[in-house]
Design a binder for this molecule. Structure first.
Ligand SMILES: [Cu+2]
Length: 134
């Protein structure tokens, strides 16, 4: 009999505990993502050189409703509301987040040319805002 406790045994215990947790919640090996329906686009910390490129949707409103960004800037759209919304260019298909579920976010890329680009929520057409590229 070896004196030392076999290292493998400890691993076995951990693995067993893990399996029990797995059976209970299916969230064991997932290092704290909450493991939902599909893998969320983990926002690799946007090293944006422009501050304030963020639009939050709350109470059926875009905040801010008017935002000025540089051409081609990435704009994060956060849905802090209790229902799904989109942020969709009113003209053409310049940008469109598609449906953003409550509590989720999406990213659009501003047009590469200057101008005022009105947008709306396709689900709630009364929601309006303008993205100004300059
Ligand atoms: Cu909406």
């Amino acid at each position: 009999m070896p004196r030392s406790f076999p290292a493998g045994a400890a691993r076995f215990i951990v693995a067993t505990a893990c399996a029990l947790v797995l059976a209970a919640s299916t969230a064991c090996s997932n290092g704290g993502g909450g493991g939902g329906d599909r893998p969320t686009e983990s926002a690799t910390s946007p090293a944006t050189d422009i501050g304030g490129t963020k639009i939050t949707i709350k109470d059926f409103k875009f905040r801010p409703a008017s935002l000025t960004v540089r051409p081609g800037a990435k704009v994060t759209v956060i849905n802090s509301d209790t229902t799904a919304h989109t942020l969709t260019a009113s003209k053409g298909s310049l940008f469109d987040t598609e449906d953003i579920a409550p509590g989720k976010s999406a990213t659009i890329t501003a047009p590469a040319r200057s101008g005022d680009f009105p947008y709306t929520c396709t689900i709630h057409p009364f929601m309006k805002g303008t993205l100004t590229v300059n």
